[in-house]
Each structure stands twice: as structure tokens, then as C-alpha cells.
Design a binder for this molecule. Structure first.
Ligand code: NAD
Length: 412
């Protein structure tokens, strides 16, 4: 479904950046080829003793600027092409934010909702041991993504450490704090989405106080973005999950309390909307924070938001993007808007390397500094080159990777 499109989109975006930067065909060849792909079979003994086989992947798209870095997704729809696309996006994201990392992505095609906690643990540990030869704090550092969280990172860290014979906290980020995680990592992507939203409102001359937001996806990114935006004075008017959207809740905290207690969004006083109705609400800001291809040729025409801040990776198809541009909607692209997660993952990796841990003020200040710098570079590039923000962000990220290729040279 979304898979081929995320891959096609990512390649088309790269092609455009290569052309806009005036890079050569040799550059295109090196930039458009993933460096290492591992596909593994992951056997799982279910609690009823039945053995099932799952497909797992780890793609290291680039290691030119440092060890590769990227999340681990557990979702039934993932396949190799989508994993390559997401690893490619991670590469430009790390370069755009000037982190000393390449890009990676991995995952298992599995519906975690069907697994018990013990099954999830066994699957995570076996996946870790299958990809163990190519990961490590100096090689490739996984993190949580859709369908995984800090529990999975704890199991990955433990599996790697048991095999190494000593504790290696820096092999993954997004770990629990007691295992060497960083303060602020859980909320980092959402915090970064909120910073991006505040800056985009400034560019459009809209005051944050009372500005309205609709958020598609109420997971790690959507929830924390909603919390941070409410703190900034914005009004979150609708959110959705895979089952549909709701509006009419009093506050995100009240909705979250209901959600954690009842596993649904139907808090007292809420009204149901379809996911498409959420996308088409008359709001200042729309935040897609679920999966790829939420905004397509089919859904883009009806969008009335003035600003779109892409919390999810690749939520907009090229056709959808063209429609948004024609409508004059400011789109803050994924590789900028959701970079807060990898930025604080970088802080976690640095802290693990130094065995010296920062307070939350230091994390937040450094996160804000890096995001603001990337934001103003994208804003300036978009203005000076008369390109969209997405094109500007890709041009910045791709040009830094191309420059690193040139300076390192081609071996042998
Ligand atoms: P998550 O699994 O915590 O949450 C995903 C949310 O999306 C859930 O609320 C789910 O119900 C909802 N959802 C799934 N399908 C949907 C649909 N068709 N319509 C509406 N909602 C739907 O995942 P997450 O970590 O929040 O990641 C969300 C997106 O953000 C992904 O694209 C991910 O790659 C990207 N991202 C995540 C991070 C991170 O740090 N977690 C960092 C950067 C980018």
C-alpha cells in the first residue's frame, strides 16, 4: 500500500535535490544507493508453543558522516523498499541537523498488537541477535519507531550487552533512563514538532496563543506534540488514532487519562470524526503524525490548514505536495519537523559515551538551539533559492552528504 510510494517519493525528492544543487551523475549514483542491506528471518515461539517466522530488516543507507542511525519499526506493512526509503530520509535528516551520523532504519513485518509482552520480548531479542554483527555504538545505533518503545530498546541493549560480555548502553537510544537513557528523549520528537509549529506560525504572522491544531496520530509523536503545543498556548481541537478521530475534549491531559484507562479516544463530551474529516478541519495547523501517505492527491484538495508540520515520516505524496504548494500552504517537511527525536538520541549517545548525564534543562536548551539553527537555514535557503521548504531541507541535507563523499574520496 504505502510502501512503494514512500520509496518512490524519497527517490524523487533526492533526484530533485541533486538537480537543484547541480550535482553530477556520479554524485547521484553514490547518493541514491543504500550501502548495506540485511534481511533476516526472525523465528518466534508463541506462548502456545507454535513457531512462526517473521521477516526482519536493517538498512544502513549511509555511513559517510558517521555511524548510521535510525529507528526500528514493528508494523505488518513494512517491507524492504519502505525501510530503504526511511533510511534514506534519516540520512538527510542527520545531515540537515549537522549530527555526526549516517542514516539507517530497520524493523519487522509484524502486528505487535497480536503479541503478548513475552512474545514481543523474544521477537525483539531474536531480531537483535540476527542483526548483531552490523550494529554497535560505532557502527549503527537503533532507536524506537512505530510499534516499538523503550521496553524494546532495553531488550535490545541487554541482548547486545550479554553477547559483548559487558554493558553497552550506547548501542541503542530511546532507552529507559536507568539504563543510560536521556532525560527528554521520550518527548523529544513531539517537542521538536512543537518548536517547528511555533516557528512556522511566526513566519506566517499567526500568534501561538489560541491558534488551532489538528493532529493525526496519537502515539509517541502526536501525543507529546499535543502536550507541548498546549503548553505554548495553542488549542488542540482534534486528534486521531488508527480507529478514527475525536473532537470536543477539554484538554489533552484529560483525553490521555481516558485513553490510558480505556484504550479508546471516546472521553466524555467528545464527538467522533473520520480521519479524513480531521485532515479537512478549518485549523491553523495540521500535524500528520501517523504513517506515510496521509496527504495524497485524494486528501490534499480538501485541506484548509494554513500550515502543515510533518510529525510523521513521508506523510505527503508528491502529488499531495504539489496541491499543498498550489494552495499556498506552508509545509514544514518531515526531515526538519520531526528531527527532535534523533537530535536527543544524539545527546543520549554522547552521554552514554561519556558516562556523564545532563539535566533536562541542558537537553531542552541544546535541542532548541539545534532545531532553531536548522529551521533558519531552511527558511533562508527557501527564500534565497525560491524553492519550497521541503526542497530547501533536502538541498541542505543532500549537499552535506555529497560534500562528505567528495572530501573522503573514493576508495581505492
Ligand atoms: P506510534 O506507534 O507511537 O504511534 C502511531 C500513531 O498513529 C498511533 O496513535 C496509531 O493509532 C496512529 N495511526 C496508525 N495508523 C493510522 C491511520 N491510518 N490513521 C490515523 N492514525 C493512525 O508511532 P510514533 O513513534 O508516534 O511515530 C509516528 C510517525 O512519526 C512515524 O511516521 C514515525 O516514523 C515518525 N517519527 C517518529 C519518531 C519517534 O521518535 N518516535 C521520530 C521521528 C519520526
Amino acid at each position: 500500500m504505502t510502501t512503494e510510494s514512500a520509496f518512490t517519493t524519497a527517490r524523487a525528492q533526492l533526484r530533485k535535490a541533486v538537480d537543484q544543487l547541480g550535482l553530477s551523475e556520479n554524485d547521484w549514483q553514490t547518493l541514491s544507493t543504500p550501502r548495506r542491506i540485511l534481511e533476516v528471518a526472525v523465528p518466534l515461539r508463541r506462548d502456545n508453543d507454535k513457531v512462526e517466522m517473521y521477516k526482519g530488516y536493517r538498512v544502513q543507507y549511509s555511513t559517510t558522516r558517521g555511524p548510521s542511525k535510525g529507528g526500528v519499526r514493528f508494523h505488518p506493512d513494512i517491507d524492504l523498499e519502505e525501510t530503504v526509503a526511511l533510511a534514506m530520509l534519516m540520512t538527510w535528516k542527520c545531515a540537515l541537523t549537522n549530527l555526526p551520523f549516517g542514516g539507517a532504519k530497520g524493523g519487522i513485518a509484524v502486528d505487535v498488537a497480536q503479541l503478548s509482552e513475552r512474545e514481543n520480548e523474544r521477537l525483539t531479542r531474536r531480531y537483535t541477535s540476527e542483526i548483531l554483527p552490523i550494529i554497535g555504538p560505532e557502527r549503527d545505533i537503533p532507536a524506537p519507531d512505530v510499534g516499538t518503545d523503550e521496553r524494546n530498546m532495553a531488550w535490545m541493549m541487554d541482548t547486545y550487552s550479554v553477547n559483548a560480555g559487558f554493558s553497552v548502553p550506547g548501542v541503542v537510544t530511546g532507552k529507559p533512563i536507568v539504563l543510560g537513557g536521556s532525560l527528554g528523549r521520550t518527548s523529544a520528537t513531539g517537542d521538536g514538532v512543537a518548536i517547528s509549529t511555533r516557528e512556522a506560525l511566526r513566519v506566517r504572522g499567526i500568534k501561538p496563543q489560541g491558534a488551532t491544531v489538528a493532529i493525526q496520530g496519537f502515539g509517541k509523536v502526536g501525543y507529546w506534540a499535543a502536550v507541548a503545543l498546549e503548553e505554548m498556548g495553542l488549542k488542540v481541537v482534534a486528534v486521531s488514532d488508527v480507529k478514527g478521530a475525536v473532537t470536543g475534549f477539554k484538554s489533552i491531559k484529560e483525553l490521555w487519562d481516558h485513553f490510558t484507562a480505556h484504550h479508546n479516544l471516546d472521553a466524555p463530551g467528545t464527538d467522533r470524526l473520520t480521519n479524513e474529516e480531521l485532515l479537512h478541519l478549518e485549523v491553523d495547523v495540521l500535524i500528520p503524525a501517523a504513517l506515510a501517505d496521509a496527504i495524497t492527491e485524494k486528501t490534499a484538495h480538501g485541506i484548509k490548514a494554513k500550515i502543515i508540520v510533518e510529525g510523521a515520516n513521508a506523510p505527503t505524496s508528491p502529488e499531495g505536495d504539489a496541491i499543498l504548494n498550489d494552495k499556498g500552504i506552508l509545509v514544514v517537511p518531515d526531515i526538519l519537523a520531526n528531527s527532535g527525536g534523533v537530535i536527543v538520541s544524539y545527546f543520549e549517545w554522547v552521554q552514554d559515551k561519556q558516562n556523564y548525564f545532563w539535566d533536562s534543562h541542558e537537553v531542552k536548551t541544546n535541542l532548541t538551539d539545534i532545531m532553531m539553527k536548522a529551521f533558519s537555514e531552511v527558511e533562508d535557503m527557501a527564500k534565497s533559492q525560491s524553492v519550497t521548504w521541503r526542497e530547501a531541507a533536502h538541498m541542505l541535507g543532500v549537499s552535506r552528504v555529497a560534500q562528505a563523499h567528495k572530501l573522503r574520496g573514493l576508495y581505492p
